[in-house]
Design a protein around this ligand. Structure first.
Ligand code: LLP
Length: 431
């Protein structure tokens, strides 16, 4: 199986986190997001333990809430001692509603509005990751009005190609995020921040991309950032006390994807950072990373019910399900690959189907050319694996389709973390 929390019972029923997928589908209805709470927690611990082993108390993993955010997720993150990367007032509000401590929230984003800045300051958000000079000035002014000194990191663009999907690469010179080193603008950005009376510029942030599999991407990032840190010390007398290298470790969606040994990668990056900072005569900075996908992706599974099967002789066969691009737009957006399994039986005689959704457009494909039992028919349950990251988070109400419930699996129990949307919910904002 693609992940070790997925198995099949002797009768063929798929099991996820030790529980029967068809039984959960019957109990909660479909389409349905299942999330393995124990896996989320063990992924958090994997990061925390590796960080502790490498840096002692000098590091903190921040969960990137953009991957999957709802209140229960933030409660788990609070209990697991994680920090949080938030990119909007909506994420901050959700975290605070869940009781997540404001001082462990790091507020990201290249398009923060004045209202966003005020909201975050008014709610005591611990850190801002400032993307651009305009935001810097506005934040300084707002912090001044409140008589505080706001802690910040500056988002720097290191100029790295992480060899992932173009749409999720963020570290190259010409991206819309941060301020580039190569153009000389980053140094001026730091100089400007140092002059801001109401901002405490503790360090730097960068993020090179998502679904990163290249083993040396973070080492290359460290090389560039430490070189820049040295330049800042020599030219401006600025000491980088905090270094955040973003998120991005890839996960396995299909058998051909490599398995990333994250603790091993973290150890290598730590050793590299120690060596490079020592060579440059710089203190080892407090180290942050912002994993999203690698915390929640393999904790998720989506379950659908087949509405119809269509065979077009000489062409192809479709399995149409009761969800689609509205709950998982990732194939449509990125051509993302997924492992698709029949949830009730393995089936010896198999056939190839395009697994498609119910939205009114031909592009509503969850995954093309998947192998399923040849007798797959209306009413059968289908599972798409590894959907914990950027599925619920990117779901929409296109065609006025209500979004699925999110059900958490914990030990032998299950509970609703986000209830299913109703048609009344869909009209709730209409006047
Ligand atoms: N930090 C920053 C500044 C980011 O922009 C991101 C992701 C992360 C951390 C978390 O990266 P992760 O560990 O999850 O790779 N919707 C796309 C992914 C967009 C990622 C955006 N930024 C997808 O479905 O693949």
């Amino acid at each position: 199986m693609i992940a070790n929390n997925i198995s099949r019972a002797p009768d063929g029923a798929l099991r996820f986190a030790g529980q029967s997928v068809p039984a959960l589908a019957a109990q909660y209805g479909t389409p349905l997001y299942l999330m393995d709470e124990d896996r989320i927690r063990s992924n958090c611990r994997m990061y925390r333990d590796a960080f502790r082993a490498c840096y002692g108390d000098g590091a903190l993993p921040l969960y990137a809430g953009k991957a999957c955010a709802f209140k229960q997720m933030y409660r788990i993150m609070a209990e697991e001692g994680m920090g949080v990367d938030a990119v909007s007032v909506g994420e901050i509000h959700t975290a605070l509603e869940a009781g997540f401590p404001a001082e462990r929230i790091y507020f990201h984003g290249d398009g923060k509005t004045d209202a966003d800045i005020r909201f975050a300051l008014d709610h005591g958000v611990g850190w801002f990751i400032v993307d651009n000079p305009g935001e810097l000035e506005q934040l300084n002014a707002e912090a001044g009005r409140r008589g505080i000194r706001q802690k910040i990191l500056l988002r720097i663009t290191p100029g790295i190609d992480p060899h992932t999907y173009r749409a999720i690469s963020t570290g190259m010179v010409d991206v819309k995020f941060g301020v580039a080193i190569e153009t000389g603008q980053a140094r001026e950005f730091v100089r400007a921040a140092m002059g801001m009376e109401h901002l405490e510029t503790a360090g730097l942030h960068c993020h090179v991309g998502s679904s990163v599999f290249d083993e040396d991407v973070f080492q290359r990032t460290v090389d560039i950032m430490v070189c820049f840190m040295k330049e800042l010390r020599d030219a401006l007398g600025f000491v980088t006390r905090v270094l955040n290298v973003g998120g991005g470790y890839g996960v396995r969606y299909v058998d051909s994807d490599p398995q990333t040994d994250i603790p091993a990668r973290i150890r290598e990056v730590a050793a590299h950072l120690r060596q490079k900072t020592a060579e440059a005569g710089l203190p080892l900075p407090y180290f942050l990373m912002e994993p999203g996908r690698s915390i929640v992706a393999d904790a998720g599974m989506t379950v659908y019910t087949v509405s119809t099967v269509k065979h077009i002789p000489g062409y192809k066969s479709y399995a149409v399900v009761d969800g689609g691009m509205t709950d998982n737009p990732r194939y449509c957006l990125y051509g993302a690959k997924y492992t698709v399994l029949h949830a009730e039986r393995d089936g010896h005689l198999r056939a190839i189907f395009d697994l498609v959704g119910r939205a009114c457009e031909s592009g509503d494909v969850i995954q093309p050319a998947v192998s399923l039992p040849a007798d797959t028919a209306r009413g059968d349950r289908i599972a798409v694996c590894t959907t914990g990251a950027y599925n619920y988070a990117m779901a929409s109400n296109y065609n006025r389709l209500p979004r699925p419930a999110v059900v958490m699996l914990r030990g032998k129990e299950s509970y609703i973390a986000v209830r299913r949307e109703t048609v009344e919910d869909l009209c709730a904002l209409d006047v």
